[in-house]
Design a protein around this ligand. Sequence first.
Ligand code: FAD
Ligand code: UDP
Length: 392
Amino acid sequence: LIDSAIAARQDSAVTNIPQAPSIITRDFVFDYLIVGAGFSGSVIAERLATQSGKKVLVVDKRNHIGGNAYDHYDEHGVLVHRYGPHIFHTNSREVFEYLSQFTQWRSYEHRVLASIDGQLLPIPINLDTINKLYGMNLNSFQVEDFYKSLAQPREYIRTSEDVVVSKVGQELYEKFFRGYTRKQWGLDPSELDKSVIARIPTRTNRDDRYFTDTYQAMPLHGFTRMFEKMLNHPNIKVMLNTDYQEIEKAIPCREMVYTGPVDEFFDYRFGKLPYRSLDFKHETHNKEVFQSAPVINYPNEQLYTRVTEFKYLTGQEHSKTSIVYEFPKALGDPYYPVPRPENQEVYKQYKALADATPGVYFVGRLATYKYYNMDQCVAQALSVYKQIPVRA
Ligand code: FAD
Ligand code: UDP
């Protein structure tokens, strides 16, 4: 449209016909097109709009904002996370203070049990886990010696198997990690980067919290309310149910921030990057409490990896309770980049291409192919925003 209008104007100039005042100009309606309304896209949109006075169009192909952190009230009125349990935790004061502009918080420390040999035991493995599993009564010093007696030291810690076996030996590795990881990733821990299982520490004390970060809290009214506040600004327009490719030609923007899968952006030029997916099976039960912990992991039984009961996370009081089962799968919506060296090699090629693509910023878990938690996405987005040379 714009090109033909300009061509028509040029034609009229050549033939000396007086020009009608044109209503179509090359001025951009939006400065930035932001692809994806998850943490990464929403943070950058908020910063560009409020700090730099830029006009921003956020598009998401889903029918809601919030990306994978989206939560909503289900048909029974229970607040649930559509894409599995999301627990906020961070050591970054900057990230916590930034998000605190858009939400109040409810203090929440996450705890997880693992179903092992017919018992429900604390994971990360701690002193109580070992005492219950083996019917012992060790103290912290003794359990440290116990781990040492089981550990099989390895010269190099390269894979996720190395991480566990070198610390606590083969048996605990088999009971707690091997089966879960094979289910979750479709790969043996020996085929996965050490960083994956290194997310889970081993403890000699009785601390049974899943995370030990300084800030651990849930948005008081849920993640989606928080995103609504972030995006509620006259300079921000949100368009849902829209793939950016449907509108990028019709609505020109000066620059783009892209938070979708990086390989898709480049039409899989270097092949597909594997992203692990999940099926979520949501259920509501006609009782107040379903299980004895917010999350129960099933390393060795069942086809699902874990079961989450949302009311523990949200603090909601309700006569019914809603839960979700997670069934891992290879294909489907991309949820997890798969950290292993061969994938990193392919990603490097995409990264080089991304770096050489002017006017497009690649941000977030899918676009930078990083197994990032929410807070890491916020930190990355804030840092990318600071690097954007914002023109007047
Ligand atoms: P996303 O949230 O994936 O957002 C990207 C958005 O881009 C999507 O909404 C997508 O629809 C949209 N999009 C993609 N392509 C296009 C296109 N072509 N056109 C338009 N829109 C497009 N983190 C934690 O800190 N704590 C947790 O407890 C936690 N639990 C998790 C549990 C699960 C099951 C999963 C999968 C993740 C979990 N995370 C957790 C990680 C967290 O979800 C991510 O770090 C964060 O949500 C990623 O934000 P993002 O904006 O980068 O990506
Ligand atoms: N893991 C495991 N057993 C468990 C919990 C975790 O083997 O009981 C491994 C598994 O490989 C998992 C990884 O540790 O994918 C990271 O766990 P986390 O709970 O951080 O996964 P996420 O919440 O990101 O799905």
